[in-house]
Write a protein that binds this ligand. Structure first.
Ligand code: CO
Length: 134
């Protein structure tokens, strides 16, 4: 498995307007765009930061992992996404090493394949893996 870079860090936010005010107006990051992602039941704001991105995620419904995360902790860093060369073989690798996966096979999305590694196998950190596609 070969990691190319930190693709993004996702932060769960209870209120997008408040979060954008801090990240853009106070810290000075640029907002590339905001997107409603129905499959994740969330609104996501994309803030490029050099080679990586900060993604602010605000759930639109109460029955998602991100919504529960906010109910329990009031928001904060939700997951770290690493970009890899070959996601399918990375997952085979990790499985062989006894790592618990949330997605055993790549999930195909627009422009990328993704899978989550279970935080129980990663010291409490939810790790997302991306392979960028055309
Ligand atoms: Co992500």
């Amino acid at each position: 498995m070969s990691v190319k870079k930190v693709h993004h860090i996702a932060i769960a936010v209870p209120d997008m307007e408040t979060a954008l005010h801090f990240w853009c107006d106070t810290l000075g990051l640029d907002l590339s765009h905001t997107e409603e992602v129905p499959s994740q039941k969330a609104i996501v704001a994309f803030l490029p930061a050099g080679e990586s991105e900060i993604e602010l995620v605000q759930p639109t419904q109460e029955d998602t992992g991100t919504a529960r995360f906010i109910q329990e902790r009031g928001g904060g860093i939700h997951h770290i996404c690493l970009e890899v060369d070959d996601l399918a073989s990375s997952l085979v690798d990790l499985k062989a090493k006894g790592v618990r996966l949330i997605n055993e096979a790549p999930v195909l999305l627009e422009g990328r394949k993704m899978a989550f590694v279970h935080p129980k196998s990663a010291g409490g950190v939810l790790i997302e893996l991306y392979e960028v596609t055309d």
